[in-house]
Design a protein around this ligand. Sequence first.
Ligand code: G6P
Length: 368
Amino acid sequence: LLVEKGNHRHFMAKEIHEQPEVIGHTLARYVDFAAETTRLPADLPFDWRDLKRVVISACGTAYLSGLVAKYWFERFARLPVDIDIASEFRYREMPLDADGLSIVISQSGETADTLAALRYCKAQGQTVAAIVNVPESTIARESDVIFPTLAGPEIGVASTKAFTCQLTVLAALAIAAGRARGTLSAEDERALVHGLSEVPRLAAEALRLEPQIEGLAKILAKAPDALYLGRGTSYPLALEGALKLKEISYIHAEGYAAGELKHGPIALIDETMPVIVIAPYDRIFEKTVSNMQEVAARGGRIILFTDARGADEAGEAAEVTIVLPDMPAAVTPIVYAIPIQLLAYHTAVFIGTDVDQPRNLAKSVTVE
Ligand code: G6P
């Protein structure tokens, strides 16, 4: 299979820029745009109404998409989610009820730990659903049902478009679950699906922030460490932002739930520490503003990703604010992933690392 970079300097850049299109393809598979409803196969091997919980396991970036989905399944479908990193899950011998649902998430469908987690779940009598980007992969073959992401081949070692497509599928599943379980009304479903249908356009708008983000890369490239903060579904995104940055730029970065700042990472804050805050305006935005004030008071340099309302409310706390378009809360993790990817990408390009093939990392980790 020959995949070309086109006029992009790296596969990662190409894959970041493909997101409006591949998210659109993925969405078209799981929602009916005209009716504004989700559309899953009628013959699913499980019934959302019978589930007491969902167990999710995955590795790396795929794990972080699952962590976002935990918030969605719990909010939309009142369905508790137990999520773990596959390498932990496979050995912790979690008791599972027979007939429960386990979801594994994997771009390659070949990750050894995720495959072992899948086999453990099957041995415990669980129905296993896989969200995979490679439909002929081992994980796809061994699962009871697959929900493919239609991201197309991903070549850059650091996952980008597979992540946002995983989120797209998971959002549709959580909405479908909510509808089936009666926790979302038909009207709620329409509003949520309408929001999802706007994502390709919002993603394209987010890509237009690239020149601004490229400017920030110069600041970040000089930093020995960086801290990413977020709350709610922006918390997994903070983890993903830190993961992306360390994978490709080799800058040490940590992601934290903003509320945990005071329990440790605040000790690290000084003028050399960029703090990247991911905070679309929402019902807990004020809490994040107080975290930003705590950082600013200690000389920390804040880069804030928010929307117009958030920029207004945050006032002077941030040194730089990147303003994204307004969007429904449910879709922010998908859209905000893009500037976060661009920030890591441009920082790595500025430093001059091998962006598509970072040292010591592999695209597909088929050994334990
Ligand atoms: C490797 C890749 C990551 C990826 C992880 C899980 O570490 O470098 O980008 O997130 O594996 O891979 P999977 O194919 O299971 O999604």
